[in-house]
Ligand binder design. Structure first.
Ligand code: SAM
Length: 298
């Protein structure tokens, strides 16, 4: 059976027939333009042998396309009120398995074991925008389970994910995403592609395994706390931003000296540093602020 739901009238009719009220609080915006699910299939390079994990199937629009192309689809949805709709719209695809739950609470490795999923899985989803970053961080936490992540996000968020040093969109989100993956903006999607129309434009982003290994970090949490501090006051010199962001721990001169040792201008702003440079700087500052017991002067 061909996917049929990415259509304004059919979507309205399914919603009305089931008396379903759309919940804005769950980020429910349903696709009604068939070009978008087709574009997601291409961007995610979904093939006949793939197992796909979809977060938030909604009424099953993208799910129908995934089910038509992939070997197996696991779709995880929070809103149980969608059960009767999904029972109808996904019935023609026996290769789609619906799981009820909250993606932020689900133990994904346990779920995949329970479902006897073999080999890495591709993620394809039109994400609920209110929890985009926590979902991505959750997926990255379990990176080994996935061989690619293709998601629709708010356009502005997609641009921040893909931005490089010196650009206005570059920030903590760019660095945390790029530590785990190589992001690529696949295509933009206008508000008119959804019911109800969101106020913002959207973009499909594909995240693939980094082509170069991620830099080694002495302490990942420490590095990312410095990155957040650097961009909290992005117009400030990095040495001032880090001193203000980690009060009492770092001294301005210490940061400036570490930057000079790295061959960088001590007056540089954080927005000019690459991920590798943030890694090197934070590793140096970590070693200075966390001396080994034997290093301590009595
Ligand atoms: N995939 C559908 C489409 O493209 O038309 C709907 C996407 S809609 C933007 C996001 C979906 O995520 C909704 O169905 C919503 O109920 C679901 N959702 C929201 N929060 C969730 C969570 N924490 N875990 C799983 N699904 C969630």
């Amino acid at each position: 059976m061909e996917p049929y739901l990415a259509d304004r009238d059919r979507t309205r009719s399914v919603l009305e027939r089931h008396g379903f009220f759309i919940k804005k609080g769950y980020g429910q915006n349903f696709l009604v333009d068939p070009a978008v699910p087709r574009g997601i299939l291409e961007a995610a390079r979904i093939g006949q042998e793939d197992t796909v994990f979809e977060i938030g199937p909604g009424i099953g629009t993208l799910t129908q396309y995934l089910g038509s192309r992939a070997r197996r689809v696991i779709a995880l949805e929070l809103d149980r009120k969608l059960a009767p709709l999904l029972a109808e719209t996904l019935a023609p695809w026996p290769n789609i398995q619906l799981i009820w739950g909250d993606v932020l609470k689900q133990d994904l490795p346990a779920l995949f074991r329970e479902l006897a999923i073999e080999g890495p899985v591709k993620v394809a989803a039109n994400l609920p925008y209110y929890i985009t970053t926590p979902i991505l961080m959750r997926l990255f936490e379990h990176q080994t389970l996935f061989s690619g992540i293709t998601v629709m996000v708010q356009k502005e968020v997609g641009e921040r994910m893909a931005a490089g040093p010196g650009s206005k969109d570059y920030g903590a989100l760019s660095l945390s995403v790029q530590y785990y993956a190589d992001p690529r903006l696949a295509f933009e999607v206008p508000p008119a592609a959804f019911i109800p129309q969101p106020r913002v434009s959207s973009a499909v982003v594909s995240l693939t395994e980094r082509s170069r290994p991620a830099p080694e970090l002495r302490d990942r949490a420490w590095t990312f706390s410095l990155i957040r501090a650097a961009f909290m006051q992005r117009r400030k010199m990095l040495s001032n931003a880090l001193t203000a962001g980690a009060p009492g721990i770092l001294k301005r001169e210490q940061v400036a000296a570490a930057l000079s040792e790295m061959g960088l201008d001590p007056a540089i702003r954080g927005e000019r540093l690459s991920l590798e440079q943030f890694a090197e700087l934070s590793n140096k500052l970590w070693a200075e602020t966390h001396p080994a017991p034997g290093d301590r002067c009595e």
